[in-house]
Ligand binder design. Structure first.
Ligand code: CA
Length: 222
């Protein structure tokens, strides 16, 4: 009997990718270009992109939200999984990073599905709520400034329809959440507080998935 999630050493991880990753050529090249950047670690793992694309398909999402776009890999994965006419509102503050993504979105033919909002995400989310889009989103990916996770999550929950799904990234934070020598940082503390709080949040059904750097799935209960 398996009593806990399996850990992946390099060999097993390579095998997982070998027998399951279906990455488009455009996505692979975006990942390769991003890998050369100083902040490359902010990009999600390819198997996580594929997992989120599958979630988007499973819930039949048409309207999605992303908080923290970086160079656009996750947005590319989600947008490619949305049906034609689908819409992804992508929030970020960095024009340089998102410009990289925009090149690949165009190449992949999904530019018309992605609405990039260059502004602090809280402002964009509040603007969406003020514009009457409350309860209209099917899917939300939260992956920006860690100390604001709770603020993003509250707004995302407002914007999601009942049955809509929020995915929150980096919830295992490279193990710092259990490392006494490293857990005093602001980001780590924020993630730890978020994880504790959502455990008791009866508004959502919950699962923390050890994919990438840890991904919490929270479904807004009807
Ligand atoms: Ca992340």
């Amino acid at each position: 009997m398996t009593k806990q999630s399996i850990g992946l050493d390099d060999n097993l991880y390579a095998y997982l990718l070998d027998v399951s990753l279906r990455e488009s050529d455009v996505a692979r090249r975006l990942r390769q270009e991003t890998a050369g950047m100083a902040k490359a670690r902010m990009q999600i793992a390819p198997e996580q992109g594929q997992f989120m694309a599958l979630l988007v398909e499973l819930i039949g999402a048409r309207k999605a939200l992303e908080v923290g776009t970086f160079t656009g890999y996750s947005a590319l994965c989600v947008a490619m999984a949305l049906p034609s006419g689908g819409r992804l509102v992508a929030c970020d503050v960095n024009e340089e990073w998102t410009a990289i993504g925009e090149r690949y979105w165009k190449e992949a033919g999904v530019s018309d599905k992605i609405e990039l909002r260059l502004a602090p995400a809280i402002e964009t989310l509040d603007a969406l709520i003020a514009a009457g889009e409350e309860g209209t989103f099917d899917f939300a990916f939260i992956d920006a400034h860690k100390p604001e996770y709770e603020d993003y999550f509250e707004r995302a929950l407002t914007l999601l329809r009942p049955g809509g799904l929020a995915c929150v990234d980096n919830v295992l934070w490279r193990g710092r959440v259990v490392d006494p020598a490293k857990m005093d940082g602001e980001d780590t503390q924020a993630i730890m507080a978020f994880n504790r709080k959502i455990l008791d949040d009866e508004r959502v059904s919950l699962s923390m998935v050890p994919i990438g750097d840890g991904l919490t799935l929270a479904r807004k209960r009807p």
